[in-house]
Design a protein around this ligand. Structure first.
Ligand code: ADP
Length: 168
């Protein structure tokens, strides 16, 4: 499994799946979540509502999948990152779950390329260095038959610097 770093907007990435840092309502929000729903159109929200009607809210650390509407990707995997509250062990485990469960879902769909944003490092205030370390380690430790490439999409300069160092 190769890893790559891209600085930019995840809604523009033509990967098989892009990951959304969603909130538990699955009904959209700010940050990358808002950008994905805006660029992807109402198809994604409609599928999110269907999932909610079936299973209720999405718990922190869990992941669900929809199609990608008007985006160049094929699927959007929505995962709910932890809100940072200073409980490092608990939050780290939940962030690791986000990456693991998203990868597992991608694997079950036979996906080859997947793009992650820096989950929880925006509105949810997870410390960026720690979040980057968890993201890279979890991806690098994941054993996969189908996934060939994981792209880390950094939107801000801090994360770009952090990921550059981690991936070198
Ligand atoms: P969270 O609530 O999980 O913190 P945010 O969307 O606020 O989610 O932030 C997560 C990360 O996504 C942040 O590092 C933010 O800079 C980044 N981000 C915001 N918009 C985009 C985008 N269009 N593409 C990729 N990353 C984005």
């Amino acid at each position: 499994m190769k890893t790559e770093l891209i600085k930019g907007d995840i809604t523009k990435i033509p990967a098989d799946a892009i990951i959304n840092a969603a909130n538990s309502s699955l009904l959209g929000g700010g940050g990358v979540d808002g950008a994905i729903h805006r660029a992807g159109g109402k198809q994604i929200l409609e599928e999110c509502i269907q999932i909610r009607n079936r299973q209720g809210k999405c718990k922190t650390g869990q992941a669900v999948v929809t199609s990608a509407g008007n985006l160049p990707a094929k699927y959007v995997i929505h995962t709910v990152g932890p809100v940072w509250n200073g409980e490092e062990d608990k939050s780290s485990k939940l962030l690791e779950d986000c990456y693991k469960n998203s990868l597992q879902l991608a694997e079950s769909l036979g996906i080859k390329t997947i793009a992650f944003p820096d989950i929880s490092t925006g509105i949810y205030k997870f410390p960026k260095e720690l979040a980057g370390k968890i993201a890279v380690e979890t991806v690098q430790n994941f054993q996969s038959d189908s996934i060939e490439k994981v792209i880390f999409v950094c939107f801000d300069d801090d994360n770009e610097k952090i990921y550059k160092k981690l991936l070198d």
